[in-house]
Structure formats: structure tokens, C-alpha cells
Design a binder for this molecule. Structure first.
Ligand code: ADP
Length: 493
């Protein structure tokens, strides 16, 4: 799998440690092979596609160095040219294990320390050997790589979870006599009755919900019926019943999309916050080590760039935390408070492009906007509008497609903030629910990516708090336009 973020990362590593090239491999937990993720500095005719997976049990010098580095969790140096999965790279070569470390979350849990990949560096500029500083830098950078690799795996995992979100979790077959004849383990968990088989519907029911569903089913012409079933443990399941040819009923329980459990919310928030924090921490650690050595003139540029990114990302964290607090205020029925000031809306656009940076690398982003556009508004909250529109565009449109960001004046006194994508689109009957129903997600989007259906509720509220309107135009399979139109000046500003 190819990763833009890791590509950029490898570029940075090669620049900082001053090598000709760098490659990042993920260690497959199941097959004990190295899977190439990103590479820089190969000659012009070679690319990551030329890198094969590496079997670390092979006898070649690179494989041996990798097994040694992983076993000792220490870097291994090679002073001859080596072949890294078919491509020959110049010496000296450093093989640095990428180890993911995490504190124990529970008191009785062990801290996690797990090798997740390998960073390979080759061709130190000037042909010199690597020194102590290079080891330190490479090992700090490999910690960053660990976070990035685990992050990518988590994202993949979320996509898989999203794909399974619509699969029934619990299934049971009910006979004509209203008894359970077949059931799966998940169904047992949902209704919390064990064993299920042989019981009557009234036996396993909770507050008469299933009996009502069965009545609906037999009364329906189409031979199916659906209810929201609230289980003993307060979880909500969408429960559908379908009549079979011979008069039996199949019941399917799926986790209801309408219940945004606290756990899901905190999970998502924590995940969102970790990304900027990883960047901040990694950048600061790298700077710290660089400051310990003798700073060269060219190092100053890297330090400046790293501090700049750390600042942008800490600003982002601050805003995300604010957004989360505001969403919980909305939940509690409170009004949004605005902090109105005059500012340049284009600064807000620049800010969000800098914050999202790596996340948008896979898409072709086109900004169509004036140089400057002064308005009154709550800058942080208006940045959040772009943030949510852009994050969704990148989630719900495939990499390689175009995303347009537009700022314009639809009529005097109004400003439109707009993001258009070429993604999966939204069915007409769902348009009115997005941003109005907390937790609402289209079935299409659940197959595409993870999410919790709160971002659009927030953008709608922020837009309306500014006296504006949120508009969505979309066509399934073609793409969507999300637009907030607000007055350029605010009363009392
Ligand atoms: P989340 O993306 O976390 O689920 P949002 O509140 O941001 O929550 O969006 C709500 C829903 O609106 C999404 O789950 C998706 O169904 C739909 N949606 C939002 N943006 C887009 C888009 N650009 N393309 C297609 N569907 C979208």
C-alpha cells in the first residue's frame, strides 16, 4: 500500500539525517514479511513498485540485518552496498527498527512494545559512517514512523469496521408457533437470554417490543417490518423482521445508526486529537535532538519548518477541543456563543489548508477565491466549517479526484463558503436529514468510511448562529457541494 504521508515522512528523514534515500516498511503481523510503504531517493527508473516484500527469514544481508534490528530493537549498520528487495542501494546502510510503544491503559495491563516496521536509510552524504547523532535522530524519527504506521492501520481498520456496520449482528429464526428455532451468538448477546433456542418470543422479549414487531410483520403486506429495539442494556438496535415462504420469520438486529454512544464519540475525538499531537511531539523531539548537536546553517530551515508545523497543529488541537465542547453544549440544548471580530476569511482558508495538509495530499485541491475577503464572524468556528466540509470531501471522495474550495459573494452583503467533491454523493431523501439529525449517516457513506454524524450538525449550527444558511447539493455517484452562506457583517460587531 502506498502512503503519501509516509512518503513525505521519508523525504524528511533523508533530509534530516542527510542520506541519499530512505524507505519505510511495515511488518506484517501475520506473515513476518516487510511490506514497502514509502521510499525516496531511488534512481529515476525505480519507484516503490520495484520494491518487493521482504521475507525477513531470508539469508540475504538486508534480511539478516532486519531480523537482528528487530530482535535487539537496535539499529544495524551495513558498510557495503546491499540489495533491498531487488533494488541495490549504496552504503552505508542503517536499518532502524520501528517499535510502537504505548503506556498501559489499565493498571493490570503491560505497556505495549511491538515492532511494527523498519526504516532503512542509505548513502550518507559525504560517504561518512553514521555517528551517534544520526542514531539518535533516526531513532526519534522511527518513533514518529511508528505512530504514523499505527495510525494508517487504524484508519484501514475503521474502513473495515464501516463496511461491516451494516451487517446484521444478531440473527434468529422464529417458527410459526412464535418460538426461536435457530439463533447466533450475537443474537444471544442482544437480548441477553441464553440459551435462546426453544424459547417463545414473549419469553425473550423486553417491554413487548418484539411482540409488537411480530404483529407488525404479520399485518404488513410486504412481509417485512422494522423497529428500533432498545435492549436491556440500553443499546439501540435496528431490528428488521422478514417473513419466509413457509411462514417463519427471520429477525436481524443491527447496531442502530441513530445511537451515537459515548464510547464511539470519545473514540472518534481521541483519534482526531492524536493525529496533530503525533506531529507536535515528533517535531519537538527532533528539534530537541538537533539542538543538542552543532546546528548547521541548513538545519535552521528544518527547525523553522518543524516549529511552524507544531504551532499549526497545536492550534488545530485547541480548535478540535473547542468543537467537541461546543457539540456537547448543543446536545445539552444550549445556544452557541460566538466570539465576533473582523478578520480575513482567506486567512481561515489558509489556516485549514495548513492544518489538514497531509490529509489532502491524495486529492487534487483547487482553491477558487479572492486574495482577501474581510468579514465579521467567529474565526475559529468558521474555520471548523471548512474543516468539516473538507474532511468529509476527502473521506467520501476517492483519492485522485478533485476537491474545490470556494469563497465568493453570491450577492452583496453575503459570503459563500463552499466545498465541492466528486465523491459518492447523497440520495435526495437524505439531504434534509444531514446536519439536522444528530448521528444520521447515509448507507452509502457507511460503506465508504467511518464517522459519527455530528460534524454537519455543528456546521449547520455555526452557520445559523451567524445568521446564515447551510445548503447541500448532491447527486449519487457524481459528487456533492456543501455551502454555508452567511452575512458579511454581524450586528453589534
Ligand atoms: P460523519 O462524516 O462523521 O459521519 P458528518 O456530520 O460530517 O458526520 O456527516 C453526516 C453524514 O452526511 C455522513 O455520515 C455522510 O452520510 C453524509 N456526508 C457528509 N459529507 C458528505 C460528502 N461530502 N459526500 C457524501 N456524503 C456526505
Amino acid at each position: 500500500m502506498r502512503s503519501m504521508i509516509l512518503d513525505r515522512f521519508c523525504e524528511k528523514v533523508a533530509q534530516i539525517v542527510q542520506t541519499e534515500g530512505a524507505a519505510c516498511f511495515a511488518l506484517g503481523a501475520a506473515d513476518n514479511r516487510l511490506h514497502p510503504q514509502a521510499v525516496v531517493g531511488l534512481d529515476d527508473d525505480s519507484s516503490i513498485e520495484d520494491l518487493d516484500q521482504v521475507d525477513i527469514d531470508d539469508s540475504g544481508p538486508f534480511s539478516s540485518a532486519v531480523s537482528e534490528a528487530l530482535a535487539d530493537q537496535k539499529p544495524v549498520m551495513l558498510s557495503d552496498a546491499v540489495t533491498i528487495s531487488r533494488v541495490e542501494v549504496p552504503p552505508p546502510v542503517m536499518v532502524m527498527p520501528i517499535v510502537w510503544e504505548r503506556e498501559a491503559l489499565e493498571p493490570d495491563e503491560e505497556p505495549v512494545k511491538r515492532p511494527v516496521g523498519v526504516l532503512a536509510l542509505w548513502g550518507k552524504r559525504g560517504g561518512a559512517a553514521y555517528d551517534e547523532d544520526d542514531y539518535k535522530l533516526a531513532s526519534t524519527l522511527s518513533n514518529q514512523a511508528a505512530a504514523l504506521l499505527v495510525e494508517e492501520q487504524l484508519e484501514e481498520f475503521e474502513d473495515i469496521q464501516a463496511a461491516f456496520a451494516t451487517v446484521p449482528v444478531g440473527l434468529m429464526l422464529i417458527s410459526k408457533e412464535n418460538a426461536v428455532t435457530v439463533s447466533n451468538a450475537a443474537a444471544t448477546q442482544v437480548v441477553q437470554v441464553d440459551p435462546l433456542t426453544g424459547r417463545s418470543v414473549s419469553d425473550i422479549d423486553y417491554r413487548g417490543q418484539l411482540s409488537r414487531l411480530m404483529e407488525d410483520l404479520h399485518a404488513s403486506e410486504s412481509g417485512n417490518a422494522t423497529i428500533a429495539f432498545i435492549a436491556v442494556d440500553n443499546e439501540t438496535y435496528t431490528t428488521s423482521a422478514q417473513l419466509t415462504q413457509d411462514g417463519q420469520a427471520i429477525l436481524a438486529f443491527t447496531q442502530s445508526p441513530f445511537s451515537t454512544s459515548a464510547e464511539e464519540l470519545t473514540g472518534q475525538v481521541a483519534h482526531e486529537l492524536r493525529t496533530p499531537l503525533t506531529v507536535i511531539q515528533g517535531n519537538l523531539q527532533t528539534i530537541e535532538i538537533m539542538l543538542e548537536g552543532d546546528l548547521q546553517a541548513e538545519d535552521a530551515e528544518i527547525v523553522r519548518e518543524f516549529t511552524g508545523t507544531a504551532l499549526v497543529q497545536s492550534q488545530r488541537m485547541y480548535r478540535l477541543i473547542d468543537e467537541t465542547l461546543n457539540i456537547s453544549r448543543i446536545h445539552a440544548g444550549k445556544e452557541l456563543e460566538l466570539d465576533i471580530a473582523e478578520f480575513d476569511l482567506m486567512d481561515a482558508v489558509d489556516q485549514i489548508m495548513a492544518e489538514l495538509g497531509d490529509r489532502l495530499l491524495g486529492h487534487n485541491v483547487v482553491v477558487e477565491a479572492p486574495e482577501s475577503f474581510m468579514i465579521d464572524g467567529d474565526q475559529g468556528k468558521l474555520v471548523s466549517i471548512f474543516d468539516n466540509y473538507l474532511k468529509n470531501a476527502s473521506k467520501y471522495a476517492d483519492p485522485g479526484t478533485t476537491i474545490w474550495v470556494r469563497v465568493y459573494e453570491p450577492e452583496p452583503g453575503l459570503v459563500a463558503m463552499e466545498v465541492q467533491d466528486e465523491g459518492i454523493g447523497i440520495p435526495p431523501d437524505a439531504l434534509g436529514r444531514i446536519g439536522n439529525e444528530a448521528g444520521f449517516r447515509t448507507e452509502l457513506s457507511k460503506k465508504q468510511a467511518g464517522g459519527i454524524g455530528l460534524g454537519m450538525v455543528y456546521t449547520r449550527r455555526v452557520t445559523e448562529a451567524h445568521g446564515g444558511q447551510m445548503e447541500i447539493l448532491s447527486e449519487v455517484g457524481k459528487g456533492s457541494i456543501f455551502r454555508s452562506v452567511i452575512p458579511t457583517s454581524q450586528p453589534g460587531a
